[in-house]
Design a protein around this ligand. Structure first.
Ligand code: PEP
Ligand code: MN
Length: 338
């Protein structure tokens, strides 16, 4: 971190600043020019409040040279992280996985028929929401504990690892046999929830918030990792832009950028990004071409009557076709890399 001082800084204030920085275990290198003095801070600056330093009377500007996240940073962990998520499935590195299933669990018949179909088409992880973060309090809120039971039954029947969203830490006891805990876009910055999940040993799928930057997403991953749980999968699911045709705007750049900044696996959810079922296959292909480590796709056997997110849910037959196209694109990409 570099601190640029204003001209002729008050010596007492400068001394106080130096003492404070040194008390944070930083080495402070002073370069004094004829016009300006610059302080170079060497050491772990993650705990330095950059806005606090910038607000000091004698400071003209502060620049971070290193990112404020450490555990999620590829700089300190050059190799891709590979996260084992149960039932022998791994996410990250060269392991590509497709998570598929309904937005919300509605009944045993609905979940089982979708689960069998997506498994037969090549999905390796089953999704299904039991606690649903809905915009309207009058919309279906999920089957809660009963939904979790149905998801565990589908896990037993198919042998697939399962993922479902947690909305509050009070629900954690219900997640004992769930393989991956999803933190939804709306909870990406629920820091108390993140801290609690950091004390669990479950893989966490962390979705990017509707209006959050890459750095904010990585800082949220850092919240979980700094508490001891380093099994994080990042998920791009579209962000809010001025465009209203699609539900959100899929930010394809997030895939190469997040993979450059971090060693954590990055998966893409084109269903919530598009909000329109017919766009899901094309966006999936774009995400795969961009180098994502997996996809999360909403699939429903009767989208017109789905209790949640029907318009963006594809039918099992469309999922089958999508999975085949994804497999051929991946085969092509792998052959080119070799
Ligand atoms: C979901 O996966 O069903 C969901 C609610 O996603 P998001 O948090 O990305 O909106
Ligand atoms: Mn959904």
């Amino acid at each position: 971190m570099i601190v640029v001082l204003k001209e002729n800084p008050d010596p007492r204030q400068l001394e106080n600043l130096m003492q404070w920085l040194k008390s944070l275990n930083l080495d402070v290198h002073v370069s004094s020019g004829s016009q300006q003095t610059v302080l170079g801070l060497v050491g772990d600056t993650t705990a330095v409040d950059i806005d606090l330093v910038r607000a000091l009377d004698i400071v003209a500007d502060v620049k971070r040279i290193q990112e404020p996240y450490k555990k999620a940073n590829r700089r300190f962990h050059p190799l891709d992280s590979v996260i084992p998520v149960g039932c022998g499935i791994q996410v990250g590195g060269s392991h590509f996985q497709i998570i598929a299933g309904p937005c919300s669990i509605e009944s045993s018949e609905q979940l089982c028929s979708i689960a069998q179909a997506v498994k037969a088409s090549g999905a390796t992880i089953l999704r299904g929401g039991a606690f649903k973060p809905r915009t309207s309090p009058y919309s279906f809120q999920g089957m809660h504990e009963d939904g979790i039971k149905l998801l565990l039954e589908a896990k037993a029947a198919t042998g697939m690892p399962v993922i479902t969203e947690i909305m509050d830490i009070s629900q954690l006891d219900l997640f004992d046999d769930i393989d991956i805990i999803q933190v939804g876009a709306r909870n990406m910055q629920n820091f108390e929830l993140l801290k609690c999940l950091g004390r669990t040993n479950k893989p966490i799928l962390l979705k990017r918030g509707l209006a959050n930057t890459y750095e904010e997403l990585l800082m949220s991953a850092e919240y979980i990792m700094s508490r001891g749980n380093e099994q994080i999968i990042l998920c791009e699911r579209g962000i809010r832009t001025f465009e209203t045709f699609t539900r959100n705007t899929l930010d394809i750049s997030s895939v190469p950028v997040l993979k450059e900044l971090s060693h954590l696996p990055v998966i893409v959810d084109p269903s919530h990004a598009a909000g329109i079922a017919r766009l899901v296959p094309t966006l999936s292909m774009a995400a795969v071409a961009a180098g994502c480590n997996g996809l999360m796709i909403e699939v429903h056997n009767d989208p017109a009557h789905a209790k949640c997110d029907g318009p963006q849910s594809i039918r099992p037959e469309a999922f089958d076709a999508l999975a085949k196209r994804v497999a051929s694109l991946r085969a092509l990409m792998t052959a080119q890399e070799a």
